[in-house]
Design a protein around this ligand. Structure first.
Ligand SMILES: [Zn+2]
Length: 88
């Protein structure tokens, strides 16, 4: 039972951290976004992260999509309530 709670707490902490920090440093370029072997004359963007040096963490996209959907639903509900009030 203790293991269950520990797992649940870990999951919640991970979800919150995903929401706050959806990106992590790209390992292959060490967060620089530069291709290894780049020189002064020729800079190559890292292929893995597209030159940003950051990559999305697993699950971060899903969390943010869920949050956006919830926010949109709440806004819609508020608009609906506002319209009803206007009709009365
Ligand atoms: Zn990279």
């Amino acid at each position: 039972m203790t293991l269950f709670w520990l797992g649940l707490i870990t999951l919640v902490c991970y979800t919150v951290s995903l929401y706050l920090w959806p990106f992590k440093r790209h390992g292959r370029c060490k967060g620089t976004g530069r291709n290894r072997g780049s020189t002064k004359r020729r800079f190559g963007d890292c292929a893995g992260c597209g030159g940003t040096g950051r990559v999305p963490r697993i699950g971060a996209k899903f969390i943010h999509q869920s949050m956006l959907r919830i926010a949109a639903d709440r806004r819609k509900a508020r608009e609906r309530r506002g319209k009803q009030k206007g009709q009365l």
